[in-house]
Design a protein around this ligand. Structure first.
Ligand SMILES: Cc1ncc(COP(=O)(O)O)c(C=O)c1O
Length: 364
């Protein structure tokens, strides 16, 4: 007997997710490079679509996000019946964990994998099992070696946040081929729109042909973080199971409308990708010449590793940047205390961040 309600086992062992800062002490305005948001804002067509539904706020949404699923089906040449839409891909990840992970079951994830995976696993009563990475990159053999009889799910962000590294389509096939058929491979392609590597595969073809693969996507990185829209594409049996626990009206009308318009605005997605590729390469080059290690990234961010020399550490760099109103993401929570993750932003933001870090490293 206890004198108050007690959370389920596992819940209180969850380390709460700490989002990136959005402000700096004493600054009215900051350059926010801490949350991998779109460097060019939202698609103007998505904004227009969002506004256009303002008169319909009293009416429930179409519960299955049908129009959005149909747009996604058209644009990605996939079956809309095999799509489930959620309030952000965080909700989609929770739904998958609730559906497939139970008490004591294990979910395998990579050492520096996205921090929501252990949370959704523990929330479902499961146990996260961490596979070591090789130089900040997921290691297929280590992931496979971590699989046991208790494994129900393998979570992989591809490319990964916060490292920016990725597995090629061939490596992904090898990972899948090594998994028993009852283990679900979750390919989280949150940053797919930004990938320029030619040997990358987004996961659609695997999810198309395998009964134990699901691809997860989000609109948050391409201009609609505030609208909270994510989705999955998977086999029919998975869609049927997940839809049984999905809230009947889980995605808002404005969110659905904005995401549908954004899906069809291919010119905007293209512009985002071009801008990002250009400034990702530029920032990587600039910072790399300043005695910093910048991990090669396929996302809309780069992870920068700092020396442990006093005066040049990541913690001191972060304080220096905050003082200049530049907000980046600290990596202590990921176990990368010598790293800072910097999102690719506007041209002005990139110039300011590179100049500030140069001054910092020069001891100015
Ligand atoms: C790899 C990865 N997956 C999923 C998400 C969650 O995105 P959202 O819930 O905004 O769709 C993020 C956001 O940072 C991410 O980096």
């Amino acid at each position: 007997m206890t004198d108050r309600p007690v959370p389920q086992p596992g819940i209180m062992t969850i380390a709460p997710y700490v989002p990136g800062r959005s402000s700096a002490p004493g600054k009215d305005k900051v350059l926010k490079l801490s949350a991998n948001e779109s460097p060019l804002g939202a698609s103007p067509r998505a904004v227009e679509a969002y506004r256009a539904v303002a008169e319909r706020l009293a009416i429930y949404p179409e519960g299955s996000s049908r129009a959005l699923r149909e747009a996604l089906g058209e644009i990605h040449s996939i079956d809309p019946e095999r799509i489930v839409v959620g309030a952000g891909s965080d909700e989609v990840l929770h739904l998958l964990a609730q559906t497939y992970i139970g008490d004591g079951d294990e979910a395998v994830m990579s050492q520096y994998g996205f921090m929501v995976y252990p949370i959704v696993t523990q929330a479902a009563g499961g146990v996260p099992v961490i596979a070591p990475e090789t130089d900040y990159r997921a290691d297929v053999d280590a992931l496979l070696a971590a699989v046991t009889e208790k494994t129900r799910v393998v979570f992989l962000a591809n490319p990964n946040n916060p490292t920016g590294s990725y597995l090629s389509a061939e490596e992904l096939d090898r990972l899948h081929a090594g998994l028993p058929p009852q283990v679900l491979l979750v390919i989280d392609s949150a940053y797919a729109e930004y990938v320029t590597a030619e040997d990358y595969g987004v996961g659609i073809s695997l999810a198309e042909r395998a009964e134990n693969v699901v691809m997860v996507r989000t609109f948050s990185k391409v201009g609609l973080a505030a609208a909270r829209i994510g989705w999955l594409y998977g086999p029919g049996h998975l869609v049927d199971a997940v839809n049984r626990i999905r809230g009947p009206f889980n995605v808002s009308v404005p969110g659905q409308a904005a995401a549908e318009a954004a899906t069809r605005d291919l010119a905007f997605t293209h512009a985002l990708r071009e801008h990002n590729a250009r400034w990702r390469e530029w920032l990587t080059g600039q910072l790399g010449t300043n005695r910093l290690r910048v991990l090669p990234s396929q996302g809309n961010f780069v992870l920068v590793l700092f020396p442990d020399t006093p005066g040049q550490t990541a913690g001191e760099a972060n304080a220096y940047l905050l003082d200049r109103g530049i907000v980046v993401r600290e990596m202590g929570g990921y176990g990368i205390a010598d790293g800072l993750r910097i999102s690719i932003g506007s041209e002005d933001a990139m110039l300011a961040a590179a100049a500030a870090l140069k001054d910092f490293m020069d001891g100015k």
